[in-house]
Design a binder for this molecule. Structure first.
Ligand code: UTP
Length: 291
């Protein structure tokens, strides 16, 4: 079995739910305390054993590329001032992994974005981290998916239960139980189901592990829900042909494409940050009393 070393982060979406800020700041560059959201995705991939990461961007998102580059001006400034810790932190970010960028060119959907990565992936299995889904967990979620792949040898999708009334915003999976708690055999799925079309309350949230045969399926996709080329439609074909595994992953997900998700992620990390935790805790206690 091939070791999984490659990841794709589709981050070319327009982020319309975060307008007007997303007009000039890509949602992946929105801060969680002092790091942009995209940092946490790359960090999760690296902690999972990934060495090569392709970020799919569009023409307004150069800030992501700059963030993972060296910054000569800041480096000079920090080294002149003897701020070694800060300098090392910047260098660590620039050297986290081999991070590559590719423009999607046309924003035609998540399936289309992943399809652009074909030559980067070659004939290896790979993980996909949806660019606006930040997940904080003990074991990185990509690692959790890789462990399921190593046992079952099939593509794996990361799932969570979603309240029935919200399923039409996500997707719904048809699943059978396996001998392992939290691991399911998935035989079908539907993107943005209408009322009555749902299979179950399990939905894919932000992480999947795919095998290269998905690319031929992506190439034959026709526009699906919302007129976009949907990755779920390609994964549904995989599920119906040979089945895919679904893992109820451990971790808390924050949707950085939504205002509430962005605020929650900042509170969680702000409470963990040595510089902000005490002041933030005090502030929260104070305003909670006024709610
Ligand atoms: P979303 O549908 O959540 O992102 O796509 P969006 O289109 O930016 O959201 P809104 O509705 O306009 O606010 C899930 C992921 O797929 C990426 C997005 O960047 C996001 O990380 N994506 C989506 C692409 O890379 N390309 C696309 O054409 C569409």
């Amino acid at each position: 079995m091939k070791k999984i070393t490659k990841a794709i982060i589709p981050a070319a979406g327009l982020g319309t739910r975060m307008l007007p800020i997303s007009k000039t700041v890509p949602k992946e560059m929105l801060p969680i305390v002092d790091l942009p959201a995209i940092y946490y995705l790359v960090e999760e991939a690296v902690r999972s054993g990934i060495t090569d990461i392709l970020i799919i961007t569009n023409r307004d998102k150069d800030a992501m590329e700059d963030f993972f580059d060296l910054s000569i001006e800041y480096e000079d400034n920090l080294s002149r001032k003897g701020k070694t810790d800060e300098l090392m932190r910047l260098r660590e970010i620039a050297n986290m992994a081999n991070v590559y960028f590719l423009r999607q060119r046309e924003t035609k959907g998540l399936g289309h974005a992943v399809g652009r990565a074909r030559s980067f992936v070659g004939d290896e299995p790979f993980v996909v981290l949806y660019g606006d889904d930040i997940i904080f967990s003990q074991t990185p979620v990509c690692r959790q998916l890789i462990e399921v792949y190593e046992r079952w040898g099939k593509p794996v999708v990361g799932v969570k239960p979603v309240p029935k009334e919200q399923l039409q915003k996500y997707c719904s999976l048809k699943v059978d139980e396996t001998d392992t708690e939290g691991v399911y055999f998935c035989t079908d799925m539907i993107e943005k189901p209408k009322a009555g079309e749902e299979f179950s309350n399990l939905s894919i949230l932000g992480r999947v592990l795919l095998t290269p045969e998905v690319f031929d399926i992506i190439d034959s996709l026709t526009p699906g829900a919302g007129g976009e080329y949907q990755l779920t439609d390609a994964m549904a074909t995989l599920a119906r042909c040979d089945g895919v595994m679904a893992l109820m992953f451990e971790g808390d997900r924050y949707d950085m494409g939504s205002k509430l998700g962005f605020l929650k992620a900042n509170i969680v990390k702000g409470l963990e940050n040595a510089e902000t935790c005490e002041g933030l805790r005090e502030f929260l206690r104070d305003i909670i009393g006024k709610l």
